[in-house]
Design a protein around this ligand. Structure first.
Ligand code: CMP
Length: 157
């Protein structure tokens, strides 16, 4: 069957192709034309996670990039039990870009706090999207700079 929707097993997230209207509501993609949104929809998946689900694990290779459409998640630095720092992410925020950009391991874990709806884009289409869409690349860099600035301002890190 063509669809990868698996709603019956709560451990396996259900996935489907996101609608153009959903993508247009995501600030990262808000500058894209309908044609480009339709092209993006072909590359992306809409994936839902249950609360407590670890979506990205520190130290593992990067496979995909995520943008949160609905719900909240927590970025946890270090082991969950002895977390050295956490950051909250909500609708419009993204995660998972670092390992896809530099090829290194995941720098942190990301855990769903509430039921979470995400747009998931795998490594090759993510990099292809950045090359094709300079406005998206710029927005991504702006957020990454703000995150780096936040980290620099924390004397304990
Ligand atoms: P990546 O290293 O691929 O996987 C873990 C993700 O956590 C990372 O990409 C970022 O998207 C995110 N992340 C890391 N540090 C921070 C931070 N200081 N604030 C918000 N998100 C972060």
């Amino acid at each position: 069957m063509a669809t990868s929707s698996r709603p019956t097993d709560p451990k396996i997230p259900a996935t489907k192709q996101p609608g153009v209207r959903l993508l247009a509501k995501v600030p990262l993609f808000s500058g894209l034309s309908q044609t480009h949104l339709r092209a993006l929809a072909q590359l992306a998946e809409e994936v839902r996670y249950s609360p407590g689900r670890m979506i990205v694990r520190t130290g593992t290779p990067g496979v995909a990039f995520y943008v949160i459409v609905e719900g909240t998640a927590k970025v946890v630095r270090g082991k969950i039990a002895t977390a050295k720092g956490t950051w909250a992410l909500g609708p419009g925020d993204f995660f998972g870009e670092m390992a896809l950009l530099d090829g290194g391991p995941r720098t942190a874990s990301v855990v769903a706090e509430t039921p979470l709806t995400t747009i998931r884009i795998e490594r090759a289409p993510f990099r292809q999207m950045l090359k094709a869409e300079p406005d998206i690349a710029l927005k991504l860099l702006e957020v990454m700079a703000a995150r780096a600035r936040g980290l620099m301002a924390q004397p304990s890190l």
